[in-house]
Design a protein around this ligand. Sequence first.
Ligand SMILES: [Zn+2]
Length: 275
Amino acid sequence: MTKCDKCHSRSIIHQRYSGMRLCTTHFQEDVRRKVREDLRKTGLFGRGACVAIGLDGGWGSAVLLQIMQDIFSRRRDIDLVAITVVEGEAGTPHCDQAFDQARQLAKRLNVHHIVAPLDYAEIPGEAPGCRDLADRKMDRLMDEARAQGASILATGHSLDSVAGEVFLKFLQGDVDGLFQRQDPSGQLHHIRPLQRIPEREMRLYALQCDLLPANSKGHDRSSRDDLRQQVRRHLGGFDSRHPGTNYSLLRSLERIHLLRGVNASGAKPLSDDRK
Ligand SMILES: [Zn+2]
């Protein structure tokens, strides 16, 4: 039996990037610690706020909702609202398994849940498919968050997802694209509190906490197009051969933000996450 590096229980995961072997308890503690630290570094939670959480029925958003509910349930000045963007016309949104899971989870965690239909007809002069679906969903999510009076929008992007985006932007020579879409009014801050959690750990955490059914697709809906999927696949292979690659990409993003003197989320720099 391989033991946890922090206690004598059986280890259930080996984090190759940190060298740590952790038991269930210490693994979950590690995930929550990283999320808490990331939230604290944004400097946005010092006083009351309405926080919108993008809930797409996937693993990341489920983990995010559970951890944020756990952290903020005792804060009377912080209101959480979960928002699910659903494709289809306003009257008849197309609701699938992912949507049902999102709704059930919000109910179970006792978080107010809003459904935001993504109606193509609402976007003037724009036909479906001419812009990335993930971008359109993100715009819709931000609109709904503002409509709900939120000042913070949190989404469940994993380390793999954020690192993949950074890598893709480099491949495309799109340095400007490394900056998250900012709210023109400056009222809404977009944060990604799971950006230090590798996808496999996110999924493991969700399964351990019984957040989604084990057979759930829990797909990352931002990776529908080919190039993104290729990048994710190659980067995944590279990161498994060279543990820590994804963290390096995350740090390069942070460094670029610093050099430009901007941080899209208003957050202070991330710390070194290898330990
Ligand atoms: Zn332990």
